[in-house]
Design a protein around this ligand. Structure first.
Ligand code: UD1
Ligand code: CA
Length: 471
């Protein structure tokens, strides 16, 4: 083996470091919020890029932050913890300047640096793996991932000579009319040899229409130095498209949603009456033989069991449904759980860890907050149950309210098994209704009701014992 080869490790041995650019505001979004924090499928754009980056098994993931740095860091950290490191770009002076922010971390390393944009969410791990492999297999100082676009407006163009050899990247705004006709564009995804990258970056000048330091000037500088630059033309343009405007964000949303729903239909056996009007998070699970009506949203990490029927206008967020659950029209179910064979709605609102147990029924205009409705119990009409624990086979009459708030503190209500709460009962918490008891219509219950007792009135008093002598 020659001495040179011993000193210079082959690229395939070199560690991989990833650099994600996420400091820009994203002027074209016309937003007060940094672009990479805008949500796609309920998750910030940057989350997708971090996930993909993580799957490549890099040494480190550097994220260049600037606009809303703190918020971007939180979004990154919730996806990649130990491996992420942040570098700050104080002033957004272009993509070249953004990479420069990582200079002290990377300029003396022998790594392959994969540069990704925080605003290119749909890039697939497999695509990047083969891109990196091709880069490693060559002796190039830089590899560029390109695609052909029918409408390349706004993107940097790949300029080639008569022999189809790469010459340079020219940004749309700086391109001559002839160059603007080029349909092959720069995806903004690159592999660089770390040392060469930073050596060339130092020579980038902001001499362009935007007065910015362009990372896209680096390949041309490397070529002039006699380094090799490769361009890999990728076939799937969607995958490497960036989100620059809200119109593009909406297109991505649509694309992602269609993919999720298709997968649920083909792989999970879920029926959608109108797949184009269902909104299911890519993180949600829906069991086989569920039937989803139009205008249903299932958000976050919701889990829906088998054979559920979910009617129109319902939103389910970070909630869990057992099997055979029927959710009638226009329900809002947030951070809650509905066990198997329950029926909920129409127009029900469950929130803050509401728990509806096996076979229970929740009817129309019923709100359940931080409460448990036991097995086989029913609350059919116009009711508020807050901070309440309700046993099995209990019936909550129409218009019942747990008066859980005294203006300062919240108090619990406990209703035991086999209770009948009469219509329009007010339960002034803290209060307990013993098993087998009944409250008459219109009762205002201010004191605990013993088991097997009928109470009535305002305030409610004991009328009779229900078990024993009278029977
Ligand atoms: C860039 C490329 C263009 C390519 C396109 C692909 C340059 C000069 N142009 O253009 O050739 O076709 O991506 O999507 O690189 N950022 C910073 N700091 C800055 C500026 C940008 O961190 O000072 C980040 C942004 O947050 C974003 C990424 O870099 O995540 C790309 O920036 P953006 O302004 O969207 O670049 P494009 O104009 O799309
Ligand atoms: Ca962009």
């Amino acid at each position: 083996m020659e001495k040179d080869q011993l000193l210079q490790p082959r690229q395939s041995d070199q560690p991989l470091e990833i650099l994600i650019l996420a400091a820009g505001l994203g002027t074209r979004m016309k937003s007060g919020q940094a672009k990479v924090l805008h949500k796609l499928g309920g998750l910030p754009l940057i989350t997708y890029v971090c996930r993909t980056a993580q799957l490549l098994g890099p040494e480190k993931i550097y994220v260049v932050v600037g606009h809303q740095a703190a918020e971007v860091e939180i979004a990154v950290q919730s996806e990649v913890s130990e491996k992420a490191e942040f570098v700050t770009q104080t002033e957004q002076r272009g993509t070249g300047d953004a990479v420069m922010a990582a200079q002290t971390k990377l300029e003396n390393s022998d790594s392959v640096v994969l540069v990704l944009s925080g605003d290119v969410p749909l890039i697939r791990t497999e695509t990047l793996k083969s891109f990196i492999a091709q880069h490693r297999g060559s002796d190039a100082a830089c590899s560029i991932l390109s695609v052909r676009l029918e409408n390349p407006t706004g993107y940097g163009r790949i300029v080639r000579d008569e022999d189809e050899q790469f010459v340079r990247i020219v940004e749309h705004k700086d391109a001559a009319p002839e160059e603007q006709k080029v349909k092959e564009i720069n995806s903004g995804i690159y592999c660089f040899a770390a040392r060469q990258l930073f050596a060339a970056l130092k020579r980038v000048k902001p001499s362009n229409k935007q007065g910015e330091y362009y990372l896209t000037d680096v390949p041309q500088i490397l070529l002039a130095d006699g380094e090799r630059v490769n361009v890999y033309l990728h076939s799937d343009a969607r995958e490497v498209s960036g989100v620059n405007t809200r119109a593009e964000l909406a297109e991505f949303e649509n694309l992602l949603r269609r993919g999720t729903i298709r997968k649920l239909m083909i792989e999970a056996g879920v029926t959608f009456l109108d797949p184009s009007h269902a909104y299911i998070s890519s993180e949600a699970q829906v069991g086989r033989d569920c039937v989803i009506y139009p205008d249903v949203s299932i958000e976050g990490k919701s889990v829906i069991g088998e054979g559920c029927e979910i009617r129109s206008g319902t939103r389910i967020t970070n909630s869990r449904l057992g099997s055979g659950v029927v959710v009638k029209d226009h329900c809002v179910i947030i951070d809650s759980e509905i066990e198997s064979n329950c029926s909920v709605g129409p127009f029900a609102h469950l929130r803050m860890n509401a728990l509806v147990q096996e076979g229970a029924v929740v009817g129309n205009f019923v709100e359940i907050k931080k409460s448990r409705l036991g097995r086989g119990s029913k609350a059919m009409h116009l009711t508020y149950l807050g901070d309440a624990t309700i046993g099995e086979n209990t019936n909550i009459g129409a218009g019942t309210v747990t008066c859980n708030y005294d203006g300062k503190d919240k108090h619990p209500t406990i209703i035991e098994d086999d209770v009948r709460i009469g219509s329009d009962t007010m339960l002034v918490a803290p209060v307990r209704v013993g098993r087998g008891s009944v409250t008459a219509a219109g009762s205002v219950v201010t004191e605990d009701v013993p088991p097997d007792t009928l109470v009535a009135g305002v305030p409610a008093v004991v009328k009779k014992r229900l078990k024993g002598s009278e029977k």
